[in-house]
Design a protein around this ligand. Structure first.
Ligand SMILES: CC(=O)N[C@H]1[C@@H](OP(=O)(O)OP(=O)(O)OC[C@H]2O[C@@H](n3ccc(=O)[nH]c3=O)[C@H](O)[C@@H]2O)O[C@H](CO)[C@H](O)[C@@H]1O
Ligand SMILES: [Mn+2]
Length: 335
């Protein structure tokens, strides 16, 4: 453009010279920048972030019944976040920590403060047998609070796996539904590693189990005992969901936890126990009441040969990671 305006008079010659000089400076600066060696050490966020997911076989964006299948960096997730941005929604996390699992609490809370529903009202409901472990209370951001609910429960994932639904049902019914709009149930042996935003807000939200993502239905560990209330027949069911992270509107979560705890009680009365405990009953419930929002394995991930590569790891299961390495024999204390 500079060269094109030269018409022969002195003023134009001056303009032309300035343009050429400026161009030369930019050219030389470009060379200098290129000469500066950029360190080849990848930034931490690059390790767990790949390009944004694009609709396709690897990254389906919808379930067969039309619910969103959520990848946090996709365009549709950005739209969902925009939709919620101007509503003052009250959200919450319900966390159970009994016995040795209390040692996971601070890591979950501190990472939630960095990544979970920032810019929303968040209440942490911590059900614990050791309220003193939260003394002093962790420092929280504005519009975020923590409420401790003392519980007298026996430790052990095999017992608590049958108690948590009942505990949640009474807590949601008595209190949570009066105080917030959404409640998410989360295993305490996890940590947030990247942003989890309003894209997860649905009437009823469930998360795909990473190990069974993309597998044939035949491999899903649905309950096969005909006597169990969690039994899922051949041809029933869409996906296999994890029990480590699910949630939704309080009314939906009240219905879910009440129904599941009733199924568990009915089984216990007859001495029957579904193989995957709470997860089996959750999956049974979600066959009949399909989730309106399905989170991809970005929201339940651990490093395992069977887990898929995901664009961004957002919620990491420390407990299941430990189990999959086999080093600790399921003793998450060692993690
Ligand atoms: C279905 C499945 O794959 N289960 C395995 C997986 O469980 P899960 O990840 O299904 O269970 P888990 O051990 O994380 O227990 C579920 C949740 O109950 C709470 N909780 C549990 C026990 C306890 O003593 N105190 C307590 O507070 C806590 O919030 C925990 O996150 O990993 C466990 C070890 O981590 C066990 O090896 C389970 O076999
Ligand atoms: Mn767990």
């Amino acid at each position: 453009m500079c060269a094109g305006v030269y018409c022969g008079n002195r003023r134009q010659l001056l303009v032309l010279s300035v343009c050429v000089l400026t161009g030369l400076i930019y050219f030389l600066r470009g060379k200098r920048l290129a000469a500066v060696s950029i360190p080849s050490v990848p930034l931490l966020s690059d390790v767990s972030r790949r390009g944004p997911p694009v609709e396709g076989e690897e990254f389906p964006m919808k379930t067969p019944w039309g619910a969103p299948l959520v990848w946090g960096d996709s365009e549709s997730s950005a739209w969902r976040r925009d939709e919620f941005a101007h509503h003052s929604i009250r959200t919450s996390l319900a966390i159970l920590a009994v016995g040795k699992y209390n040692h996971f609490l601070r890591r979950l809370l501190s990472t939630a403060e960095l990544h979970f529903l920032l810019n929303f009202y968040v209440t942490y409901y911590v059900l614990t047998d050791r309220p003193k472990e939260l003394d002093p209370l962790p420092k929280l951001g504005s519009n975020r609070e923590l409420k401790v609910i003392p519980v007298a429960e026996m430790p052990g994932w095999d017992t608590l796996g049958l108690r948590r639904m009942a505990l949640l049902a009474s807590l949601i019914g008595d209190r949570i539904h009066l105080e917030v709009d959404y409640v998410f149930c989360i295993d305490v042996d996890q940590e947030f590693t990247n942003a989890v935003g309003a894209e997860i807000l649905g009437k009823l939200t469930a998360t795909l189990h990473p190990v069974f993502y993309g597998q044939q239905r035949y491999y899903y560990p649905y309950e096969k005992d005909l006597d169990s209330m969690a039994y899922i027949a051949e041809g029933e069911g869409d996906y296999y969901y994890t029990s480590e992270f699910y949630g939704g509107l309080c009314s939906e979560m009240l219905a879910l936890t009440r129904a599941c705890s009733l199924l568990i009680l009915q089984d216990q009365e007859r001495g029957v126990k579904a193989q995957e405990l709470e997860e089996s009953y959750l999956n049974r419930y979600l066959v009949n009441r399909r989730p309106t929002c399905v989170l991809s394995p970005e929201y339940s991930w651990w490093d395992s040969p069977q887990a898929p590569e995901v664009p961004t790891q957002r919620l990491h299961s420390i407990g299941r990671q430990c189990l999959s390495t086999g080093k600790t024999g399921g003793n998450t204390d060692a993690c």
